[in-house]
Write a protein that binds this ligand. Structure first.
Ligand code: CP
Ligand code: NVA
Length: 314
């Protein structure tokens, strides 16, 4: 892998298979070091600072990026309500200030275009910490988790996403397609993914030997799957639709009955979960769940990303 220094991560499609593989290898090294010692003997990001802009709530993204920077020897600054991107001042002006103060920006916004603009305007790396369209850091940590479960070569590995064709699905589809996986989706009518993302994922899959599969029946997609993945039926910003969505998605719950059709599958969820809606308690806390390992891997995978983007590798 060449250096990723100075690059942005706006979309899961921004990384090649070799770059993703390099990040997984570094994440595994950093994880082993950190799990053994709770410290890194030679922290690679000393005196580096990350600005974190949040326009939506977060537990995992905020804490894993902030703790990750501390563990790597650097520092993170949490910026929230007072810094409304494009409100108090333009997105471009925020970028032109921050690039003079810090070494990187992580941003969680509503509109995807805001992160695209930040990345275009700032001369320092910009990392997408979730937009309505994508959640690439989630996909990176998730597929790192899958690689720990099934081995480093993810070509042909079937991942069945059951539920909303949302930001988390989009990033998994793009990164999974890059890695040659078989990314399946079962969604109710009217809740499918963005067609442009699907078209891009299909291009990536045709180059890698991967495949995208769509079905309306969740039982169809989970059959033979290595991973059954779900996410909340209502994403941040869609709260007004919650009731209507609960009705539409009811047949898409990941529960014991559905998993009976996928005897070898592990279960994943990006969290936060709505227990009793998209996933039952017994599945979430059961032996096939890798949900909290997946959450832990946000820390390790993003530390690898930060070392590469802000430090130019190790
Ligand atoms: N999965 C995830 O991004 O969690 P947060 O919304 O808590 O950051
Ligand atoms: N799809 C969810 C993911 C949360 C991490 C949302 O956008 O709210």
């Amino acid at each position: 892998m060449g250096s990723l220094r100075g690059r942005d991560l706006v979309s899961a499609a921004d990384l090649t298979a070799a770059e993703i593989g390099g990040l997984f290898a570094l994440a595994a090294t950093l994880k082993a070091e950190y799990v053994a010692d709770r410290r890194h003997a030679e922290p690679p990001l000393e005196r580096r600072t990350l600005a974190m802009l949040f326009q939506k709530p977060s537990l995992r993204t905020r804490v894993t990026f902030e703790a990750g920077m501390t563990q790597l020897g650097g520092h993170a600054i949490y910026l929230t309500e007072g810094i409304v991107l494009g409100g108090r001042e333009t997105v471009g002006d925020v970028a032109r200030n921050l690039e003079r103060f810090v070494d990187g920006i992580m941003a969680r916004t509503g509109p995807h275009e805001v992160v695209v603009e930040l990345a275009a305007r700032a001369s320092i790396p910009v990392i997408n910490g979730l937009t309505i369209r994508e959640h690439p850091c989630q996909a990176l940590a998730d597929l790192f988790t899958v690689s720990e479960l099934v081995g480093p070569d993810l070509r042909g590995v079937p991942l069945a996403f059951v539920g909303d064709g949302n930001n988390v699905y989009h990033s998994l589809a793009l990164m999974g397609a890059t890695l040659g996986m078989e990314v399946r989706l079962a969604h109710p009518v009217g809740y499918g993914p963005n067609e442009r993302i699907v078209a891009r994922a299909r291009e990536l899959a045709s180059a890698s030997g991967g495949r995208l599969v769509f079905e309306s029946d969740p039982r169809g997609v989970v059959e033979g799957a290595a991973i059954v993945y779900t996410d909340a039926w209502t994403s941040m910003g869609q709260e007004a639709e919650a009731e209507e969505r609960r009705d539409a998605f009811a047949p898409y719950q990941v529960n014991r009955d559905l998993l009976a059709g996928a005897p070898d599958a592990f279960v994943m969820h990006c969290l936060p979960a709505h227990r009793g809606e998209e996933i039952t308690n017994d599945v979430m806390d059961g032996p096939r769940s890798r949900i909290f390992e997946q959450s832990e891997n946000r820390l390790h995978a993003q530390k690898a990303l930060l070392v590469e983007l802000l430090g130019g590798g190790r």
